[in-house]
Design a binder for this molecule. Structure first.
Ligand code: ATP
Length: 360
C-alpha cells in the first residue's frame, strides 16, 4: 500500500495565551481520509489545536499547512475544513432541509444544485423523511446528524468535530459512533475528532493522538496505544490497569525481568535497553490476568477479596501475598470453576502482556 497523503501538517506548533502556554512542540501529520482523534484530559489543549486548524486561532510560532498550503493568514471560511461544535447551533426557525442548505444558499449556488446536494446529504445521514421538521421537533441524535450534514454538505476535505456527542446520552452516543463511522466511509472526508472519552476514541479512530498539558505524548493506532502505552499517563488514561513499582533484575534475549517491591518477578517480552537496577513501573491490564495458565505463564498467589459480576464478565479483586490488591477481569464461562471470596488462588499472566513503563 502506498503511503496516504498528508492533508494537514503541523510543525513545531506553539500557542501561548498571555503568559500561559496552551500548546507546545506540536508536530502532527494528519493523513487524508483517516479518522484521527485528539484525546486527553480537560484543559490539555485539544480544542485549541482544533481551533488552530480551523483558523479561529493563530499559532504563536510554528506552521500549519493544509493540502500543501501554509495557511497562516487564511481565514476560517477560506480553509477546506468545516467544524462541528459541541453545541451544534442549528437554526430553530428553519427546518432540517433549510438548516443543511443554509451555507450553500449563502454561497449563491443554483436552487437545483442546492436541492440535489442537500437531499444527498440527508440521505447519507438517514434523515430523508425529516427534511420538513423543525429542530425542536427532532431528537438529540437527529440534531447531531443535521449538524453533521450541514458541515459535510460543502464537501470539506477535513471535518473537525469537537466533542460532538457530549450532549447525548450513552445509548444514542454508541449509536452515533457507528453512524459517524458509516458517514465517514461514505464521504471519504478526513475526520479530526476531539474527545476526552477513551472508549469513543478506541471505537472510532484509525489513530489516536494522546495529549497531556499542551503536548502530544503518543500517536498510535488505538489497539497499539492500549497494548503498548509509552508512559504511565498513557497506560492509565487508556483504561484500567494494575501497577507495580519494580526494579529491573535481568535483561537478556528473552526479555526483561523486573521484581516488584513485594518480591514478585514479572518477565516482560520487551528487549529494549533496560538497565539492571533501573526502577520502572510494571503495568498489567485486568483482562491479561487469569485463574488458569498455560505452560509458559507466570503466576503469583493471593486471596480473593471481592467479586463483581457485570453481565458476561466478572471483576475480581485478589490481594497478592504482601502486595496491593490486583484487579482481574474474567469472561464468565459455564465450564470454568472460578474462586469465591476468601479462597486462596493463583493468578497467571503471559510475558506478552506485561507492560514496562518508565517512572513518571
Ligand atoms: P476540554 O476537554 O475541557 O474542552 P481542552 O483539552 O479542549 O479541554 P482547551 O480548551 O484547548 O482544552 O484549553 C487548553 C488550555 O488553554 C486551558 O487551560 C484553557 O484554560 C486555556 N485557554 C484556552 N483558550 C484560552 C484563551 N482564549 N485565553 C486564555 N487561555 C485559554
Amino acid at each position: 500500500m502506498t503511503n496516504p497523503k498528508t492533508i494537514i501538517d503541523i510543525r513545531d506548533g506553539k500557542k501561548v495565551f498571555g503568559s500561559f502556554t496552551a500548546l507546545t512542540d506540536i508536530n502532527l501529520s494528519i493523513r487524508q481520509g483517516e479518522i484521527l482523534t485528539l484525546l486527553g484530559p480537560s484543559g490539555c489543549g485539544k480544542t485549541t489545536l482544533m481551533r488552530l486548524i480551523a483558523g479561529f486561532e493563530t499559532l504563536t510560532s510554528g506552521t500549519i499547512s493544509i493540502d500543501g498550503n501554509d495557511c497562516a493568514g487564511t481565514p476560517p471560511e477560506r480553509r477546506p475544513v468545516n467544524m462541528v461544535f459541541q453545541r451544534y447551533a442549528l437554526f430553530p426557525h428553519l427546518d432540517v432541509f433549510e438548516n443543511v442548505a443554509f451555507g450553500l444558499k449563502v454561497k449563491g449556488l443554483p436552487k437545483s444544485e442546492v436541492k440535489e446536494r442537500v437531499n444527498r446529504m440527508l440521505n447519507i445521514v438517514q434523515l430523508d423523511n425529516f427534511a420538513n421538521r423543525y429542530i425542536d421537533e427532532i431528537s438529540g441524535g437527529q440534531s447531531q446528524r443535521v449538524a453533521l450534514a450541514r458541515a459535510l454538505v460543502n464537501g470539506p476535505k477535513v471535518l473537525l468535530l469537537d466533542e460532538p456527542l457530549a450532549a447525548l446520552d450513552l445509548k444514542i452516543r454508541q449509536h452515533m459512533l457507528a453512524e459517524m463511522k458509516r458517514i465517514h466511509a461514505e464521504t471519504g472526508a478526513t475526520f479530526v475528532y476531539v474527545t476526552h472519552d477513551q472508549d469513543e476514541a478506541m471505537i472510532l479512530s484509525d489513530r489516536v493522538v494522546l495529549m497531556e498539558k499542551g503536548r502530544i505524548v503518543q500517536i498510535d493506532r488505538p489497539e497499539d496505544m492500549y497494548a503498548r502505552p509509552k508512559s504511565l499517563f498513557a497506560a492509565k488514561f487508556l483504561g484500567e490497569t494494575n501497577l507495580f513499582d519494580a526494579t529491573v533484575s535481568a535483561v537478556n534475549g528473552i526479555g526483561t525481568t523486573a521484581v516488584t517491591t513485594a518480591g514478585i518477578p514479572f518477565l516482560g517480552a520487551e528487549t529494549q535497553d533496560r538497565q539492571v537496577s533501573e526502577r520502572i513501573i510494571v503495568s498489567i491490564r485486568p483482562e491479561s490476568l487469569s485463574f488458569q495458565g498455560g505452560e509458559a505463564a507466570q503466576s503469583a498467589e493471593g486471596t480473593v477479596e471481592d467479586v463483581v459480576f457485570i453481565g458476561s464478565r466478572s471483576f475480581y479483586t485478589v490481594r497478592l501475598d504482601d502486595q496491593s490488591p490486583v484487579r482481574i477481569q474474567v469472561q464468565r464461562n459455564g465450564h470454568l470453576a472460578l474462586p469465591s471470596v476468601g479462597d486462596r488462588t493463583r493468578i497467571y499472566w503471559d510475558s506478552a502482556n506485561v507492560i514496562m513503563l518508565p517512572h513518571a
